[in-house]
Design a protein around this ligand. Structure first.
Ligand SMILES: Cc1cc2nc3c(=O)[nH]c(=O)nc-3n(C[C@H](O)[C@H](O)[C@H](O)COP(=O)(O)OP(=O)(O)OC[C@H]3O[C@@H](n4cnc5c(N)ncnc54)[C@H](O)[C@@H]3O)c2cc1C
Length: 374
């Protein structure tokens, strides 16, 4: 095998987008992936921009990390729009996202959140009952208001992943199935698995598998997987155009163009029993998640759930990490913060630009791996 200019560990959305940018710049690229539990193959296709209430609730100590990253989420949506055009359409729409409130206290929380987000440049507005129900007549009468974030949207990840793979194959990017166990740093680093992979540069874009590879190189980053539950229903009439979340309850809800409703938002699954298995669903999560969805949008209550699944999310500290493991080194990391499918393309581009010393459209400095150096 010819030694690539760039070897990417992890073939999810981040690694693939880095590969696309590098290949377009003329680099020879190989992706090594153990093909286990990629979040990119489990996710719901929400383009998140506003701060997710679930993250704030579970990680109040990390709220600053998320808030300071908000400009990156806006760049991420712009990157997805460019990708949508380049790939020939991934059903991306940007009708905005609604975060719902059932009580005045929840609406008050959304007011405060929106004020913080506006300061970061997000296009957000609080909608009260009448305006909201005119905009989204399928909502339950329980809902008293919402925060509308016009930057948000949705896409179909099944289509995006397929088209991305085709685009990379057409550019000669090589895919290898292997599990990398460790990396030897140096001017020509080597990733070690069942085979050794020397390369001009190595990019760790392996989400939940990233910490284990980066720690021996001097980064204290931990990347524990968070197993989460998802559902998809049969097709109904296409009515729900927004990405839907809730101020206090764990839910994301959206409709694909097919009319199928995708329901998730942070209900727990069980960790896989070992590296060869997938995370297992919890019946309580299935029931709780779809019941909450039907309470929010009663019209979908009659649709049958066709499929449920679970996958690994890796929010780390709510803030992206991208750049060289050590200054001047040839090993890099590209690990998106919370909502990693949204962030994957922009983080992949930043990582590829760092590897190839290309100009950065987004300043990578706030996301430098330096904060993890031992
Ligand atoms: C159920 C669910 C729903 C989600 N919904 C959304 C959403 O709607 N919107 C959103 O923005 N985000 C969402 N996320 C988060 C998002 O899916 C992930 O953050 C994102 O896909 C991460 O992409 P990635 O390319 O960085 O990593 P991944 O897609 O996780 O890919 C990492 C790859 O690295 C490989 N790997 C790991 N270790 C090694 C190793 N040692 N050697 C070789 N290969 C290795 C794995 O096999 C995997 O293929 C969701 C996550 C889950 C679980």
């Amino acid at each position: 095998m010819l030694e690539p200019d760039l070897l990417i560990i992890g073939g999810g959305i981040t690694g693939q987008c880095a590969a696309l940018v590098a290949a377009d710049a003329g680099a020879m690229v190989t992706i090594v992936d153990m093909q286990r539990n990629a979040g990119s193959h489990a996710n719901a296709g929400s383009l998140h921009v506003q701060m997710q209430s679930r993250f704030l609730r579970l990680n109040p100590h990390l709220a600053d990390n998320l808030e300071s990253s908000l400009p990156l989420y806006m760049s991420a949506v712009a990157e997805w729009q460019a990708l949508d055009a380049a790939l020939g359409g991934v059903e991306l729409t940007q009708q905005g996202g609604l975060m719902l409130a059932d009580t005045p206290a929840q609406l008050d929380f959304l007011h405060q959140k929106a004020a913080r987000e506006q300061k970061k440049g997000l296009d957000v507005e609080i909608l009260y009952r009448d305006t909201l129900h005119r905009l989204a007549p399928w909502l339950s009468p329980h809902v008293v208001g919402a925060e509308l974030c016009r930057n948000e949207g949705k896409l179909n990840p099944l289509i995006a992943n397929r088209k991305m793979r085709e685009a990379l194959t057409a550019r000669g990017v090589r895919f290898v199935q292997d599990q990398i166990t460790h990396i030897t740093d140096g001017p020509r680093p080597i990733a070690h698995g069942a085979q050794n992979y020397p390369a001009g540069a190595v990019l760790i874009a392996s989400s939940w598998g990233g910490g284990q590879l980066a720690q021996p190189l001097g980064l204290r980053i931990q990347t524990p997987p968070e197993p989460l539950h998802m559902n998809i229903t049969e097709a109904g009439a296409y009515e729900i155009q927004h990405l839907v979340q809730h101020a206090e309850r764990p839910i994301t809800l959206k409709q694909f163009r097919s009319g199928q409703v995708v329901i998730g938002g942070g209900w727990q699954a069980n960790l896989a029993r070992d590296d060869s298995a997938a995370p297992a669903i919890k019946p309580d999560s299935l029931l709780g998640n779809v019941a909450l969805a039907a309470r929010i949008a009663p019209g979908i209550g009659g649709l049958r759930v066709l499929r449920t699944w679970a996958g690994y999310n890796t929010p780390v500290d709510g803030k992206t990490t991208v750049g060289a493991v050590r200054d001047g080194g040839r090993v890099f990391v590209g690990l998106p913060g919370d909502a990693g499918y949204t962030l994957g393309p922009v983080v992949g581009r930043m990582a590829a630009n760092a590897v190839l010393s290309l100009p950065q459209a987004v300043d990578p400095e706030p996301y430098s791996p330096a904060r993890w150096r031992a």
